[in-house]
Design a protein around this ligand. Sequence first.
Ligand code: FAD
Length: 461
Amino acid sequence: MESIVILGGGEAGFTIARTLQTTLRGKAKITLVDQRSHMVYQPFLAEVASGSIEPRHIEVPYHRHLRNCEIVCAKVEGISAAKHEVYLVNLDGVAWTLPYDRLVVTLGAVTKTFPTPGIADYAIGLKSVEEAVHIRNKIIMNFNRASSMYRDNPNRKRLLTFVVVGGGFSGMECFAEMRSLATQLLRDYPAIDDSELEFHLVEASDHIMPEIPRARSERVIAELECRGAHVHLSTFVNSAEGGVVKTSDGSEYPTELIVWTAGSLANPVLKNSDLPLDGRGRLRCRRDLRVEGDDGIVPDVWGAGDCCNVPDASGDGLPDGTCAPTAQHAMRQAKLLCANLSAALDGRRLYEYYHANAGMVAGLGAGLGVFTNGSKSHGANGLLAWIAHRGYHGLALPTVERKARVYGDWLRSGIFGTDTATTSEFAHPRAFFTRYAARPAPKPADAAATHDDKEPEQKSA
Ligand SMILES: Cc1cc2nc3c(=O)[nH]c(=O)nc-3n(C[C@H](O)[C@H](O)[C@H](O)COP(=O)(O)OP(=O)(O)OC[C@H]3O[C@@H](n4cnc5c(N)ncnc54)[C@H](O)[C@@H]3O)c2cc1C
């Protein structure tokens, strides 16, 4: 049997594994390699950050939904297309080599930052469930802490100031959902007044969400202003040292939460390979999704999704003529890749990728959203767009089981309001136990050296 190895089980890789486990059953052995045990549906991360969706419910477990695939939980460290080998390290640090007959590269992208002082130390991104959960916990805990401080305490203002950098779709969704959570929290914390909250979004260009018509994006800004959330266009973050965001217009925002969503970068692990990459580190793909270098097609290697440079024949792509890094493209490329890979195995003709933009839809907090169709001739702001956002992404989330869980979350939030319970203590699960745990009495010789009541975890940290 052919051995097909898929690297990365995100939007593209998961779709491919799920399709091939059925279409190539008995013909090929399908192996999925990912550093996690589940696929993450990233378009819902902002709603996890606001608490209207439970974090686990946007994770699709591989072992339940890919029963006819071999799942390898490991980090990809390198690829040799010449040797038909992939280099892996598992969660216990054991390295090994996995050979393949056909390779599918769907390793996605990472958050792109610039060497702005303080950002690496104080900011957080929004590419993973952990980050989304942290953002939510941080907002709730900041309310908790601020509510027990006097109003003139400068730390109270710092705790109630929140900054998002980057006005693309993910940044705007996150910003609006954060504000939505804060509105819910104001009801639970009467000691905090709405006028004390500061929400700032900093965007370097002169408009937000470039994929939608300017008039619609201006309406989004106006709606956010009405909710007390400020968007600063044509403004750069100069530094964030000590958690104080200093911007190019001379403003300073001391804060404990800076969310950085200003760009993404093809997975840097691709540089540890002999595969052809473009100037932005993306895997060079043909329109039939085979990988191609200067010397022609790289035998048996295919690519799809955010880590790939796939030409966008619709003419509606990025300025360089390639597909934008969206779930819309990742999922459709995945479907074509499955069809072409099967065709290649049978010696049939391959098809080329063509997808006319189906439009964009974003959720901007409870009851608000923005939507535009592919040709940008029609669209909506407000409640209608919010319903479209939930309708579209609710259906796009893989598997009926996960869909049902997310619809259940929305129903519960609709009835009882967004859940404002925090899970911040989950990061230190042994703290309570170790504080009271009985330990053997120290031996006399070691007594002086071990006279320290800190728990072992804290010492090593
Ligand atoms: C906050 C946010 C909101 C978004 N909203 C939208 C939206 O509304 N509409 C839309 O169309 N798109 C949206 N997107 C973009 C969309 O989610 C991505 O385009 C899509 O997920 C790309 O799919 P992918 O399979 O290429 O990569 P990913 O889904 O990122 O998958 C990559 C996989 O590779 C794995 N991986 C990475 N490195 C390694 C390694 N070294 N070893 C092993 N495994 C590895 C990862 O664990 C992951 O499972 C959003 C993205 C974000 C972050």
